[in-house]
Design a protein. Structure first.
Length: 85
């Protein structure tokens, strides 16, 4: 009886651990506005991994494609939050 209870408890702990791992790996969207220049009103959002908090994003770079390579055009300070909020 004790052995069966122990196996059941260990199984429950493993399932809870797997549920926690899967929730950390989900992607979410962050909405950002520029803080160093006046915001242009265009929607700026990122899709980021679950381990990245939107509030941790502090800079955004705009890039353009030229002859098959990327060229950085502008870098701005931003303030971000979860897009669903």
């Amino acid at each position: 009886m004790k052995k069966r209870l122990l196996v059941g408890v260990m199984g429950l702990v493993c399932l809870m651990g797997l549920a926690g791992l899967s929730s950390c790996s989900k992607e979410h969207q962050c909405k950002c506005v520029t803080t160093d220049v006046e915001d242009d009103g265009l929607l700026k959002y990122f899709v980021v991994e679950g381990s990245i908090a939107c509030e941790d994003i502090t800079e955004m770079a705009f890039e353009e494609h030229h002859d098959g390579s990327l060229r950085e055009v502008e870098v701005h300070k931003v303030s971000c939050r979860s897009y669903g909020d």
